[in-house]
Design a protein. Structure first.
Lengths: 260, 294
């Protein structure tokens, strides 16, 4: 037996890759405990950035805005997207599907410029509403392909059986299709939530001066010289989200017996 | 009562139409109408001129200026990032999909998606702590007496390139992983049994079967990297102009919508040409190998 290079090369490459991936995360967490705000040098261990963070009203205001916008975006893109997939006639949806890839095939900055031109053309005031519009546009580009591909994989005889037994279209949607689509809805909803929460370019163009989201706040702080308070915030967010992701996959394994 | 009944029958008769309208309208109104608006703006002489007063002047200005060079630079950097991402991501995706047991695979996939949960601006900014003059690398190298003076590793194109590579790597791994995972291991074993070397098996079977994933991955990296705005702004200190930075400069700072729109349109066209070229490039060699083996 000759041993391939792969036996040594691949594990080493993968280890190096993960180290590389986690350098900034490590640095991020490390410097959230650093006493020195202005240079990158390590001085003392401190938790006062965490204290500052909880005392700062600006951060919480921005976070609240971001969460409200993200939740509305998820709700809107899931309702609009899943109703199109189920109620729209098969042919129309199949043909129109290409329409929704447009937002993925263009750089986000082009979408942002277009939206800004539209809003200024019709003199729409920039604010949370315009952000929700932009983020939902991004969201539909993910929701519709994911939900649609799951929908056409469904056993169509289940839907036919439901109609045969006298259920209306609405009843079929809520008691048959929606539960079956739940995994696709959950995963695409989660994706849209992250995208909206993390979106910078569309927010930068379409937020105007009136509304501050978390990425915009962070960008402003970085531009003017960052405070490790931001590091503290993302350390906390990272802990929360990894806890939720772990919980999620744990529940999934408990329920189905198979890891995702 | 009469009206309510009419409305109800109308809804019942046109359900399919009514529920398709919001999504399609949303997409048309907020994606395709704005694009036409940008196209129209790029031909308009000035913001307050008559709506039929159209001109090619803005295109001439953009094509005649050195700004055209910025588009070229963005294309090169985006292509370079996409290519290097592909080279780095392929072994990782291959390992995750074909070489590792289920338990480890879940752990590694979890670790791969975790960074997405931190804000991406902060991830990028963390590299400033690493690469800065007083940053982690310089500090270590100075302590170890390898260098006498701190190295300048930030505020240049190489740093922007490096951080873009870092940021876009997971976007390349995901599509590669999902397509490599579908490859049946028996195919690779069969190829080896029939006497092919590792390299031949990789080239003929694995690479050919994963072509769709490579395409998706390259597009997922190339398109956003071409319009990148935040990474040059943070890592490059705002001095290095890319397509994204210039577009935002026109629209938000210079307030010259017409010129900005013309520049956006030209960049979009260049991007489209690159995409078509890449698509052709992927299909032609594939057909050639198929012909050879036939």
């Amino acid at each position: 037996m000759t041993k391939s290079y792969g036996t040594y090369f691949l594990p080493i490459a993968v280890t190096l890759f993960y180290l590389f991936l986690y350098i900034p995360i490590f640095v991020l967490v490390l410097f959230s405990f650093n006493d020195n705000a202005f240079t990158c040098a390590w001085t003392f261990f401190t938790t006062h950035w965490y204290e500052d963070l909880f005392a700062s009203s600006e951060v919480w205001y921005a976070l609240k805005n971001s969460l409200v916008i993200a939740c509305t975006t998820v709700f809107l893109s899931l309702t609009i997207g899943s109703t199109l997939v189920f109620f729209g006639s098969r042919d129309v949806v199949r043909r129109l599907q290409i329409l929704f890839y447009g937002s993925l095939a263009m750089p986000e900055i082009v979408l942002a410029v277009g939206l800004l031109s539209l809003f200024s053309f019709f003199a729409v005031p920039l604010g949370s509403m315009t952000l929700i519009v932009g983020h939902t546009l991004l969201g539909l580009g993910y929701v519709i392909p994911i939900v649609y591909s799951r929908f056409i994989e469904l056993d169509q005889s289940l839907i036919e059986a439901s109609y045969d037994l006298g259920a209306t279209q609405r009843q079929t949607f809520f008691s048959i299709v929606l539960p079956l689509l739940m995994p696709a809805l959950l995963s695409s909803g989660l994706l849209v939530f992250i995208i909206s929460l993390d979106d910078f370019i569309i927010s930068f163009f379409c937020a105007g001066a009136s509304v501050q989201t978390l990425p915009l706040y962070i960008f402003a702080v970085i531009r003017t010289g960052a405070s490790p308070m931001i590091n503290a915030l993302s350390t906390i967010m990272l802990m929360f989200s990894s806890f939720f992701v772990l919980l999620f996959s744990f529940l999934h394994i408990r329920r189905t017996g198979i890891p995702q | 009562m009469k009206i309510k009944e009419t409305i109800n029958t109308f809804i019942a008769e046109n359900t399919s139409f009514i529920f398709s309208v919001p999504a399609v309208l949303w997409q048309l109104l907020f994606l395709y109408v704005p694009l036409f608006l940008v196209l129209y703006t790029s031909f308009k002489r000035a913001a307050d001129s008559n709506w039929l007063d159209l001109t090619f002047d803005h295109y001439r200005t953009v094509l005649g200026s050195s700004y055209f060079f910025i588009i070229g630079r963005s294309v090169c950097i985006a292509a370079g990032v996409a290519f290097l991402c592909l080279l780095c991501a392929y072994p990782v995706a291959y390992f995750l999909a074909l070489k590792v047991n289920r338990r480890w695979k879940n752990v590694l996939l979890f670790l791969l998606t975790l960074p997405f949960w931190t804000n991406f601006l902060i991830q990028i900014y963390s590299w400033v702590f690493v690469l800065d003059q007083n940053g982690l690398i310089n500090m270590m190298l100075l302590k170890l007496d390898i260098i006498k003076e701190p190295l300048h590793m930030i505020n240049n194109t190489a740093a922007i390139f490096f951080v873009m590579l870092y940021y876009y790597l997971p976007f390349m791994i995901m599509p590669l992983y999902s397509i490599l995972e579908k490859i049946q291991y028996e195919l690779l074993e069969a190829s080896m049994d029939l006497g092919a070397t590792h390299w031949q098996t990789f080239k003929r079977i694995t690479l050919t079967l994963s072509m769709a994933g490579i395409k998706t991955g390259v597009f997922l990296v190339f398109v956003p990297a071409f319009g990148e705005f935040a990474i040059p702004a943070i890592i490059g200190g705002g001095h290095h102009l890319f397509v994204g930075s210039l577009i935002s400069h026109y629209f938000l700072i210079a307030r010259d919508d017409q010129l900005g729109a013309a520049f956006t349109m030209i960049s979009g066209l260049v991007l489209l040409i690159c995409a078509l070229f890449f698509n052709w490039f992927c299909t032609v060699p594939l057909q050639k190998t198929q012909k050879e083996s036939a």
